[in-house]
Design a protein. Structure first.
Length: 332
């Protein structure tokens, strides 16, 4: 791990002192600035360029979670937030990488914060996947969990940004990126060379394994199937669906049918509406779904269609998708 520059944002003298003492226990955490309100925090971010923000919700004039909602679309800084338990979902939706339930407005137990492993959690948010056992209840056996991803225009770089943050314990991933035949093999090879997980162009019969991404070939429709209780993919020539072969809708609908609530769906940047219908079907079958937000999309088409029909559980910036996946896995 390298040194991390930390911005501490809290209006509480007692909370601030406690957090500073906790930060001092890790030599790699350097407190570069403090702020006691959102406006000062914004200025300190621009001035000091911290690596991560440790943010309390209880601030004057503007709450921490409201500040995060306004900040992230323009300046997506890794953030660990402290707040009342009922704010957790809103904090993650706003882009927080981690959330610590602590109600300072109710005069919380400051000593309890020492048991929250805050230094390790700060490192984990900046470098997703490091020492995840501490944060995900020791669970790296995801059982039958499947992650399905889809993208189009702008997706090659978007997918690269997400996949390079994933570690070898991530559940098996099935993926469609709209590309011509031949290009998918080269793209899979590029990802395989540059990422920790294994990435390959899929072929019929490939088993879905943890730490592996199966990318649909450029001229075939890919579906998830289960053979003798084992998830596999089936890749066959077929007509275009939603204007594409491979089609995200075809993949997502097969995942909804085969994996149901054991799946997580991710729909990223792309023109048109491919994937929106399939993502909705996944959500209806109990899957948790993620849509890339407008600000970070090259083309806000596919995730926009999905969001508008109610298919998206979480709408997050591109830079937060990997962290959101680990958060969802930790709750499963």
């Amino acid at each position: 791990m390298r040194e991390l520059k930390v911005l501490l944002v809290t209006d509480s003298y007692d909370l601030g002192n406690t957090l500073k003492r906790i930060l001092e226990t890790d030599r790699e955490l350097i407190l570069v600035a403090e702020a006691n309100n959102a406006y000062m925090a914004r200025d300190k971010i621009l001035e000091c360029k911290p690596d991560i923000m440790l943010l309390s919700n209880e601030l004057p004039r503007m709450s921490g979670v409201t500040f995060l909602e306004r900040l992230m679309p323009q300046y997506p800084i890794p953030t660990v937030m402290l707040g009342a338990p009922e704010l957790e979902e809103r904090a993650y939706d706003a882009g927080a990488g981690d959330f610590i339930a602590f109600d300072d407005a109710g005069y919380g137990d400051y000593k309890a914060l020492y048991r929250e492993h805050i230094p390790e959690r700060l490192h984990q948010v900046v470098f997703p996947g490091l020492d995840k056992n501490m944060f995900l209840k020791g669970n790296t056996d995801w059982g039958k969990t499947i992650i399905a991803m889809g993208a189009s225009t702008g997706g090659t770089e978007a997918i690269h940004q997400v996949v390079r943050e994933l570690k070898q314990d991530i559940p098996g991933i099935v993926m469609v990126q709209h590309m011509p035949v031949g290009f998918t093999a080269m793209y899979a090879e590029r990802l395989n060379n540059e990422c920790e997980v294994i990435v390959k162009e899929a072929k019929s019969g490939d088993i879905v394994r943890n730490g592996q991404v199966l990318l649909a070939p450029g001229d075939k429709q890919m579906r998830l199937v289960k053979v003798n209780g084992v998830y596999q993919v089936e890749c066959r020539p077929g007509p275009k669906v939603s204007g594409h072969c491979p089609s995200v809708d075809v993949l997502f609908e097969s995942v909804a049918k085969t994996a149901g609530r054991d799946a997580i769906g991710v729909l990223m940047t792309g023109m048109g509406r491919d994937g929106a219908k399939g993502l909705l079907e996944m959500k209806r079958k109990g899957a948790v779904t993620i849509g890339q937000d407008e600000k970070t999309c090259v083309v806000y088409g596919m995730p926009k269609e999905a969001y508008e029909i109610g298919a998206v559980t979480y709408q997050v910036p591109l830079g937060q998708i990997a962290q959101k996946l680990y958060y969802i896995l930790g709750r499963k």
